[in-house]
Design a protein around this ligand. Structure first.
Ligand SMILES: [Zn+2]
Length: 109
């Protein structure tokens, strides 16, 4: 087989590469498990600033959490809740603003 790090041919049974010392048993799987659920983190952060974007990212992050061994599930859930609350508050503000504008216009007319 060939070393993943330096590309030189090494013994099939060798635990480490004789040329660069990198472990040959290093498979792709543990790396994927170590990967962070970036979408959950991004969604959580975005939920404070752009509620809709945060909500979308959080939902995707939540759905993809099992791929990361459940990582970021809580964070994604928090992102969903925060963005939902901030969206509700924004909606409330719009409604209040419209009502105030409506009453202001009607008082003038
Ligand atoms: Zn090597």
């Amino acid at each position: 087989m060939f070393c993943k790090n330096c590309g030189k041919e090494i013994d099939d049974k060798a635990a480490i590469c004789l040329y660069c010392g990198v472990s040959t048993s290093e498979s792709e799987k543990p790396r994927q498990q170590e990967a962070t659920n970036a979408l959950a983190i991004v969604g959580f952060i975005l939920s404070f600033f752009i509620a809709i974007a945060g909500l979308v990212c959080s939902i995707i992050g939540y759905k993809r959490a099992p791929e990361f061994g459940g990582k970021g599930k809580g964070l994604a859930l928090a992102g969903i809740i925060i963005s939902a609350i901030s969206m509700a508050i924004t909606l409330l503000y719009i409604v209040i603003l419209l009502v105030m504008m409506g009453s202001a216009i009607s008082s003038v007319v």
